[in-house]
Ligand binder design. Structure first.
Ligand code: LLP
Length: 439
């Protein structure tokens, strides 16, 4: 997919760059991002919403992959940005992302984060709970500003996410105000009575890696009912409805995501159906795709090291990364596909399991994948690692985080340099009390 192909040398090529050359230049493990595919996904969202005729914002959920170059790219493509921490906000601001198109999420924003975001002039807070509402009002009052907010609500929709940890729209969730038990309506009453809060509307996010449209349509319907009720009973109108992210992608055969345009058409269709007649104008629709913008554009390149064959049981093939650069298989039992990137046209000959290099048995990237005969020094490419890989990477075992390159038109650009040994100890301090005495 994207700009990937197998070239005449039987090497995997992405964005016109031969991965064996990328290995020579940057080393492995290496995250490779197909820039054109990221841009294409951004444009699919922008074009589908433009076609709907509704007012909209597409906010890239930067948690999927937050680095300065990615923020620049999202800005260039006209997207807004969803951030959930001071770190993501700082990254966006340092990249020059326009503050007015930044939305701040999270169920436990600290006073410092709120101040930082207000001072930067961000476009909107997605307020999650009562404590936060009071905090937002108090800080905005002190700073003599008005801040835009959306209220995060749980519409009681349980979408078919890939893992229970990734579904969020149900009543028993740490996020947001429940529509069903009256909490959301109370929050609307409270928020609209605050002198320094401008309530723009509501937000819901029903889960992640969702393959059907029904969950989104049901969320729209519930939010429309809620909107009608709030207008009738409180006289409050919502100019904005944010439906979150969660649009699925294809990781492995058997995954059946829809096209971006199909998700958007279902959502905008449901909005037209359920919101018509509530207010004079239909609300603006905001969405927050993360995975579906960057997921399939990312590939991780590893070098094969050791192996262990247990006769009649299994062959383990170890690569130079693992759960430190991709914790998803260990965390969610996520499945991935792999390709022998330096002998990509050779027929498959053996079934192997791909192990990482961390000191724990759970550090497995793929169980039972068919590959040509794998040798030490081969290059293994794991596909669809653009989302929630670099952003969830760790230094467990003090393994250095890999570099990230953008590739396009035969050119590669480093966007995150590989961590150094010095980086690993950069924050360490040995108290003088126990320091080694040097004379
Ligand atoms: N908006 C909100 C409020 C969210 O919580 C999320 C994801 C998104 C948007 C973006 O969702 P996406 O379009 O990427 O599905 N670490 C997990 C996924 C957790 C997603 C958390 N929230 C994983 O690796 O699958």
């Amino acid at each position: 997919h994207g700009t990937s192909r197998i070239n005449d040398a039987n090497h995997l090529e992405i964005g016109g760059c031969d991965v064996t050359e990328l290995k020579a230049e940057y080393g492995t493990p290496l995250y490779i991002v197909d820039e054109q595919l990221v841009r294409r996904r951004c444009r699919e969202y922008m074009e589908a919403f433009t076609a709907s005729g509704l007012g909209f914002q597409v906010a890239y959920a930067s948690k999927a992959f937050s680095v300065m170059a990615m923020c620049r790219l999202a800005d260039e493509e006209g997207l807004s940005l969803d951030v959930v921490s001071d770190g993501e906000l700082y990254t966006a601001l340092q990249a020059g992302f326009p503050a007015e198109r930044i939305h701040f999420h999270g169920n436990n924003k600290t006073p410092d984060e709120i101040e930082m975001a207000i001072d930067a002039g961000i476009g909107c807070f997605v307020a999650d709970n009562l404590v936060e509402l009071h905090m937002l009002q108090a800080i905005a009052l002190r700073k003599e500003v008005t801040v835009n907010i959306l209220l995060r609500v749980t519409p009681g929709v349980e979408a078919h996410a890939h893992h229970a940890y990734a579904s969020t729209g149900q009543t028993d969730s740490k996020f947001g105000f429940d529509i069903g038990n009256g909490a959301a309506q109370e929050a609307v009453k409270l928020a609209s009575a605050q002198s320094n809060l401008q309530l723009l509307g509501v937000h819901s996010h029903i889960g992640s890696q969702i393959f059907e449209t029904e969950g989104f349509e049901l969320a729209v319907e519930r939010i429309a009912e809620f909107t009608r009720k709030v207008k009738e009973e409180l006289g409050v109108e919502f100019p904005v409805v944010n439906l979150g992210g969660g649009f699925g992608i294809r990781y492995v055969e058997g995954d059946t995501p829809l096209q971006v345009s199909e998700y958007v058409a279902a959502i905008t269709g449901a909005v037209k159906k359920h919101f018509t007649g509530i207010s004079e104008k239909l609300p603006q629709i905001w969405v927050e795709p993360g995975r579906s913008i960057v997921g399939d554009a990312g590939t991780t390149l590893y070098t094969v090291g050791t192996n262990k064959e247990i006769p009649g049981v299994r062959k383990y093939v170890a690569v130079d990364g693992g759960m430190t650069d991709n914790p998803r298989p260990a965390l969610y039992e996520s499945k991935y596909e792999a390709l022998l990137a330096n002998r990509a046209a050779e027929p498959n000959e053996e079934t192997v399991s791909i192990a990482g290099k961390c000191c724990e048995s759970g550090d497995m990237l793929i169980w039972d994948v068919e590959l040509p005969k794998v040798e030490s020094g081969d290059l293994l490419a794991v596909a669809c690692t653009g989302a929630y890989n670099y952003s969830m990477a760790s230094n467990y075992n003090r393994i250095r985080r890999p570099a990230v390159v953008f590739v396009q038109n035969g050119q590669s650009d480093l966007v995150v340099r590989r961590e150094s040994h010095q980086d690993i100890i950069a924050n360490d301090i040995i108290p003088a009390r126990i320091a080694k005495q040097t004379v």
